[in-house]
Design a binder for this molecule. Structure first.
Ligand SMILES: [Mg+2]
Length: 130
């Protein structure tokens, strides 16, 4: 079976957190990762091409993850792209709002690579072993 290349967009303002997520994603074969540091940067990157999945933090300066989810769901090109929101343990309300706005799943910090990988594989229907 030939796996086609997948493109992920990671939107997170904390460089350390972003690096953890990117590191996890790059362990998935054929996964290409694009990084953005806030919602506005995320929209800019989305405008450059097609993405198979978006992982976004909620709390970010300039444009937060909730606004990004809303904007993506209104965008004819990207409205069906699966979105995983990344939240802190305490922000149950944000998780609910993100899901109501059209996010598909959420991951709670601290970032655990296996959790990120499993969630992305599930949403992209990618087989467990190459
Ligand atoms: Mg943040």
């Amino acid at each position: 079976m030939i796996l086609s290349e997948k493109n992920a967009l990671v939107v997170e303002d904390s460089p350390m957190m972003r690096q953890l997520i990117v590191f996890a994603l790059t362990r998935i074969p054929k996964m290409r990762v694009t990084e953005a540091d806030d919602g506005v940067d995320g929209l800019r990157k989305l405008a450059t091409g097609k993405f198979d999945i978006i992982l976004t933090d909620i709390n970010m300066p300039i444009m937060d993850g909730l606004k990004l989810v809303r904007r993506v769901r209104l965008d004819p090109t990207h409205k069906d792209v699966p979105i995983v929101v990344i939240t802190t343990e305490a922000s149950e309300e944000d998780r609910g709002r993100a899901m109501a706005l059209g996010a598909n799943a959420y991951i709670t910090k601290p970032i655990v690579a296996q959790v990120v990988i499993a969630k992305v594989r599930e949403l992209l229907k990618m087989p467990e072993t190459p």
